[in-house]
Design a binder for this molecule. Structure first.
Ligand code: BES
Ligand code: ZN
Ligand code: ZN
Length: 465
């Protein structure tokens, strides 16, 4: 399905159906929608941006259910940033449907959505500005849907090798360079990352994506946890906590979505995305509770729970990043790191952790404009005291006393692997709460939300100069 802005009045655009949103109409008292002479009239409660999104989500899902029309057109319902975004979100994110694994999928007839230059509010606007904004939102949403597809795809189809190859294919013919490092490289260079992957026959992969390298722009590094399936390892998860653990690659896949969007928008900034793909399996070769493993820079970790694997992966990715990439301006990591983030802040937000209060506040502010929500989870200095003290190694991998705050404690663990000069340049984003949902929410249906792409793009757009 394609969506396109056309610099014409609605009546000048040819299409099978026109969507018209109305607050009142005598027929709409009985039904929320009716079709008359190739016009689909839809009742809308008000023209607030979120109501536009919700109404269009329902409308486009209805059109796909009827599955009769090849093209639809719609005019603008307001020209503010929020209303334009609401329109594109409803149409593109609202119509997303993951049917890869259904044997009988109906082919959707709808191929084109046209947005006309007509504004129902009749106020004047600059057509070029509107056009570039609409194109910006379309680009972001196309990449969100691609990211959703990748996260939703099941573990057997997204083993570290398969997902790395998929990403490589997606960045072919873009300005993104893709370097894939295999397990023999990882064994030598990122030994802790290697150790958490030992239990699986699906060998780990490190993917390094580069955009605008050495062009003199600000330099951002995105780091992502890509555990393609998390059984918990020998510290096995109970079945009902395990079955959707294909979502545990969401951090890495989300940063792929971000760098891909940055490429498509041609933002003037240097971006590196470091994706660590691993499968946390149980087997006779798996790493064990009680093992002591070494990170890239020879820090030792006593494994007390093999289910706290993400932080070990990130530790090595952090050390690797700071060794290999010079003069970094910002480091953001995205991970489904802790189940406790959902108990702390609920389903619809991500946890935001870091030492730089200004940067956190900036992220919270810009994200609200795109209706993504972050909750600042501040470091409590007492949490640093001996939280990970091991009797035999430098650290344990889970807290040794039960002081709660699992998500903040996760942040405290990985903070050990950020050099002092980068402490204030770093944000840790725990998306375990919001990356995957099991009941409909906003323009999301069951499965991956693609959370984090919109807000990160807005933040990075502001950080670029
Ligand atoms: N991948 C999980 C976290 C997770 C849980 C993500 C639920 C999404 C939904 C992570 O590897 C994990 O198991 N973390 C443990 C850490 C604990 C052992 C300190 C957790 O959250 O229970
Ligand atoms: Zn785990
Ligand atoms: Zn995990």
């Amino acid at each position: 399905m394609k969506i396109k802005f056309i610099d014409k009045q609605t009546k000048e655009i040819k299409s099978d159906l026109e969507i018209i949103l109305l607050r009142k109409h005598k027929y709409l008292k009985v039904n929320n929608m009716f079709i008359k002479q190739n016009k689909l009239y839809v009742k809308i409660a008000n023209f607030k941006h979120y109501t536009i999104t919700e109404t269009l989500t329902n409308t486009i899902q209805y059109i796909n259910k009827v599955n009769k029309y090849k093209s639809v057109k719609i005019s603008l319902y307001g020209t503010s940033d929020k209303k334009l975004q609401a329109l594109i979100d409803g149409l593109l994110l609202g119509s997303y449907y993951f049917n890869k694994y259904q044997s009988e999928t109906k082919k959707l007839k709808l191929k084109n959505i046209f947005i006309s230059n007509e504004n129902y509010k009749k106020s004047k606007f600059n057509i070029n500005k509107i056009k570039s904004k609409i194109n910006n939102y379309i680009t972001i949403n196309i990449n969100i849907n691609l990211t959703r597809d990748m996260i939703n795809s099941v573990a057997q189809d997204t083993t570290p090798i398969k997902i790395s190859n998929w990403i490589q294919e997606e960045v072919e013919n873009t300005d993104i360079k893709c370097i894939i490092k295999d397990d023999s490289y990882i064994k030598k260079e990122l030994p802790a990352f290697y150790d958490i992957s030992k239990g699986s026959i699906n060998k780990p992969r490190l993917v390094h994506l580069k955009y605008n390298e050495n062009k003199g722009y600000k330099k951002i590094v995105l780091i992502g946890k890509g555990v393609t399936f998390d059984t918990g390892g020998i510290s096995l998860k109970p079945s009902n906590y395990m079955y959707d653990m294909r979502l545990d690659k969401a951090g890495a896949v989300t940063i792929f979505g971000i760098i891909k969007t940055i490429n498509d928008l041609k933002l003037p900034i240097e971006v590196h995305a470091i994706l660590g793909f691993s499968e946390n399996m149980i087997s006779n070769n798996a790493y064990k509770p009680g093992d002591v493993i070494k990170t890239r820079n020879n820090k030792t970790i006593e494994i007390m729970n093999t289910d706290a694997e993400g932080r070990i992966l990130l530790a090595d990715l952090f050390e690797y990043t700071q060794d290999k990439i010079k003069k970094i301006d910002y480091i953001f990591d995205y991970a489904t790191l802790t189940g406790s983030v959902e108990s702390a802040i609920g389903k619809y937000s991500a946890g935001l952790i870091g030492h730089n209060n200004k940067l956190k506040a900036q992220m919270i502010k810009v994200s609200k404009d795109v209706d993504e929500w972050y909750v600042d989870l501040p470091f409590n200095r007492y949490f640093f005291d001996n939280g990970y003290k091991s009797n035999i190694a430098d650290f344990t991998n889970i807290p040794t006393s039960s002081i709660g705050g699992g998500t903040i404690m996760g942040g405290i663990f990985i903070d050990n692997f950020i050099k002092n000069k980068y402490k204030k340049k770093w944000l840790h984003i725990d998306i375990a709460s919001v990356t995957f949902i099991t009941s409909n929410w906003k323009y999301h249906q069951y499965g991956a939300t693609g959370f984090g792409i919109k807000s990160s793009i807005r933040l990075i757009e502001r950080l670029k100069s």
